[in-house]
Design a protein around this ligand. Structure first.
Ligand code: ACM
Ligand code: ZN
Length: 759
């Protein structure tokens, strides 16, 4: 290990003067989402004194609630509240609607001068948005003078809340709606039905809530993954769950509407419907709702009668123009052998069950359109041809959204991982809770542009919005829910609101760090960004070294590091974001963050090996398949790039098609090998298991092999926590070929292996 060569370039914090009037960002309130145009004035701060008034366009209830919110914030800051008056007096806050001047729905201007505060908006929503901005402008001394021109980039800015897997109740939903209002989000997509439990009272089908709003077990792994999957009747001892009465659901719809938010209910079909089939087994293909049956029988007329009845009550509760029909991840298996489903396929000349799903979605879409509503579905609704009028919610990346837009359909972008709020947003090794999938930190979410450049200007107009999806399989409490949603939802809010060219991670990072204490003050238990250290490596084969850069989400903060595996102190050297650490052989780089001289969060260790097999190919004797090739199965283990804590980072060798993974590495010539190591991931929730054992053999001719060692895993396959296990071999011999064999204990388990390090 040589001493790192450090290069300095100026750290450019983009405190652009058009946003901040050339001043320091910390002088001004942190606006989030960033408005389209902000020009800070040099008139100082307008002190709001007692007797200040506010004039509104009408006596509408919604305005009254808006002023209540504003006044609550003024009081908290120690400022006098605003009196509602019908007429303008000197120094009033005056709000008017001018739909001729401002034509984009939701647009507004906000002018803060010493003589008063003037808001002009295109509509009611615009007044609401302006008042949210005004709330963010409050300083203990008053409101800083400023001229703001603003409008939403995208029409639909949403949060999806899954209350089937875990149920949170009226008060928690209202708390989330309050925060959505503050950050100018305007759609709550409410996932109310799924295997985890049916959550909405349906008067014509009472068994839905009587039989399946409660289950035997709260823990998702015990209940779902390990296969208990039993429901419990309401009132049974130990029953876990709950549901919304129609009255409660209406209360939430009204509460949201008063805050400019539309609630879009999701009634899942044809898949993800185990709970429906449990309550009404006759709607399944088998008629008995066998374990594993998740889909409505498409050939049974009773399915349509049931859905018609449910939807008619849903329409009555939810005035939303859009209803979400789910449509994702249907199992489709039972349809293949069901006489009723097969009969539909025969009559409608459908060639497979994908077309049967499409037939069903078309039919339901027609029903909804006839009823005067429109429908949204997950991107599977594209399979087998899209129903007219359908809006596609693109979740398996952006591809579905791009396809839909190219075929003239409206799209809401909710791609995983960027929009999946159930993913870890902090270093998964720093926490001890379980999560669905991988890792997607705030910076990665923020980097999403939901209107990609490859679309034509016309297609771009079809991208209606963006949404964060909060799936709750592993989110049991309100505290955990808020911790997962925040602050990533603030990134979604800015993605949906702020023009792309005005967005900057550097600037957002500063503002979001200033909003976290504000969230905490409002009792939102947001993640505080303390475990967001991230490294980026660059393997330079020509120079024979690997460079490492470090970034963090905390601001302000200093990073300090060591290269000997020990935990850094304040006296250790600092590493800035524009500097690199260079490694010519091996190093254990440890980085730790400090704020005001105090360590914050967990130190992060990165092992770097610029080793001898970099660039040497591996030939696999066993079949390899799938998308986890890290850029190529032959090169992924010897490219010098190590997999991170996220299995989806494109750096891992991931394979599930065979329990044995046998690869042969050719060093190109006889080489004295002293040490070989390989690291594997253990992350059972997405099905990744450390191998039962790993074996290394060596050979000079590729024909006669000598086994160096077979090393067994020390991990318990039942351990659900994320682990990494390194297997290290010491051949101390000359050879040309190395044969590595990873053996999974069972078929159907994913092997995730990363760099095969050879010294
Ligand atoms: C989804 O995540 N299944 C839409
Ligand atoms: Zn059927």
């Amino acid at each position: 290990m040589r001493h790192p060569a450090i290069t300095f370039t100026l750290l450019l914090l983009i405190l652009s003067s058009c946003h901040l009037g050339g001043g320091k960002s910390s002088d001004y309130p942190a606006l989030l989402p960033m408005p389209e145009e902000v020009v800070w004035q040099d008139g100082g701060v307008v002190p709001l004194t007692k007797g200040h008034t506010i004039v509104l366009p009408s006596a509408d209830e919604r305005y009254r609630i808006l002023v209540e919110g504003l006044n609550a914030d003024l009081s908290k800051t120690g400022l006098p509240t605003l009196e509602l008056t019908p007429e303008y007096t000197y120094g009033s806050v005056i709000c008017t609607i001018d739909a001729k001047e401002l034509t984009t729905p939701g647009a507004y201007t906000l002018s803060v001068k010493r003589g008063g505060i003037r808001i002009t908006a295109a509509d009611e929503d615009g007044i609401g948005y302006a008042l949210q901005t005004l709330r963010q402008l409050i300083l203990p001394s008053g409101i800083p003078t400023v001229e703001i021109k603003d409008k939403p980039r995208l029409e639909y800015r949403g949060l999806m809340l899954d209350e089937s897997r875990h149920f949170f109740g009226v008060e928690e939903v209202k708390k989330l709606l309050d925060e959505m209002q503050r950050y100018k989000l305007n759609r709550l997509h409410w996932h109310l039905t799924d295997a985890g439990g049916w959550r909405l009272e349906i008067k014509s089908r009472p068994l839905l809530t009587e039989r399946t709003a409660y289950r035997t077990e709260s823990d998702w792994v015990k209940w779902w993954i390990e296969g208990d999957r039993r429901y419990a009747k309401e009132g049974t001892p130990g029953a876990y769950g709950g549901y919304y009465t129609q009255e409660q659901a209406r209360e939430i719809v009204a509460y949201a509407a008063a805050r400019g938010i539309t609630v879009i209910p999701e009634i899942e079909m044809p898949g993800h419907s185990e709970e429906v089939l449990h309550a009404y087994p006759v709607l399944s293909c088998s008629g008995r709702a066998r374990r594993g049956e998740s889909d409505f029988c498409i050939g049974n007329p009773m399915s349509y009668e049931f859905l018609r009845d449910v939807l008619s009550e849903v329409y009555d509760i939810f005035p939303s123009a859009y209803i979400h029909l789910g449509g994702d991840e249907a199992g489709k298996q039972a349809w293949k052998s069901c006489p009723k489903c097969r009969e539909v396929m025969r009559r409608a000349k459908l060639k497979d069950v994908d077309e049967l799903q499409s037939y069903f979605i078309h039919r339901m879409g027609e029903m909804i359109e006839k009823d005067g509503r429109h429908f949204i579905g997950w991107d599977e609704i594209l399979e087998g041809g899209l129903a007219p009028g359908a809006i596609v919610m693109s979740w398996r990346g952006m591809e579905g959204g791009l396809r839909a837009a190219r075929s003239g359909h409206q799209v809401i972008m909710t791609p995983s991982p960027q929009c999946y709020l159930d993913y870890y947003q902090e270093d998964p090794l720093s926490v001890d809770y379980e999560s669905n999938e991988g890792y997607c930190d705030l910076a990665q979410t923020y980097a999403l542009d939901p209107v990609p450049e490859e679309l034509t200007p016309e297609e771009c107009t079809l991208v209606k919005g963006v949404q964060g999806n909060m799936w709750t399989e592993y989110v049991k409490t309100s505290e955990a829910l808020e911790y997962k949603i925040f602050p990533r939802l603030l990134a979604i809010a800015e993605i949906g609101w702020t023009p792309q060219e005005k967005r900057s991670w550097e600037d957002f990072r500063i503002r979001v760090n200033r909003h976290i204490p504000l969230l905490h003050e409002r009792d939102i238990r947001a993640y505080d960004l303390t475990n967001g250290l991230r490294s980026e490596t660059e393997v330079d084969r020509d120079a024979g070294l690997t460079r490492v850069r470090w970034t963090t989400e905390l601001y302000p903060c200093e990073m300090r590091y060591r290269v000997d595996g020990k935990v850094p102190e304040m006296s250790d050297p600092q590493i800035r974001e524009d500097e690199t650490i260079e490694v010519r052989d091996s190093a254990d780089i440890v980085v730790r963050q400090f704020c005001n001289g105090e360590p914050v969060g967990d130190p992060v260790t990165l092992r770097v090996d610029h080793h001898r097999a970099i660039g040497k190919p591996i030939r696999w004797e066993t079949p390899v398949e799938g998308k986890y090739s890290g850029g190529g199965f032959e090169t992924v283990l010897t490219d010098g790039y190590r997999g991170s804590v996220s299995f989806g980072d494109g750096r891992w060798y991931g394979n599930i098609v065979t329990p044995s993974n046998i690869g042969i590495l050719d060093m190109g010539e006889e080489t004295l090998i002293s040490k070989v190591s390989t690291r594997c991931m253990h992350n059972t929730i997405p099905g990744i298991y450390a191998p039962e054992w790993v074996e290394l053999s060596v050979s000079s001719d590729g024909e006669e092999w000598t086994v160096v060692d077979r090393i067994k895993s020390t991990l318990d396959p039942a351990d659900r926590k994320l682990h990494f296990e390194t297997f290290t071999f010491y051949p101390h011999t000359t050879c040309r070929y190395l044969r590595i064999r990873y053996e999974e204990a069972q078929r159907g388990r994913f092997l995730f292996a990363d760099e095969l390090v050879v010294w």
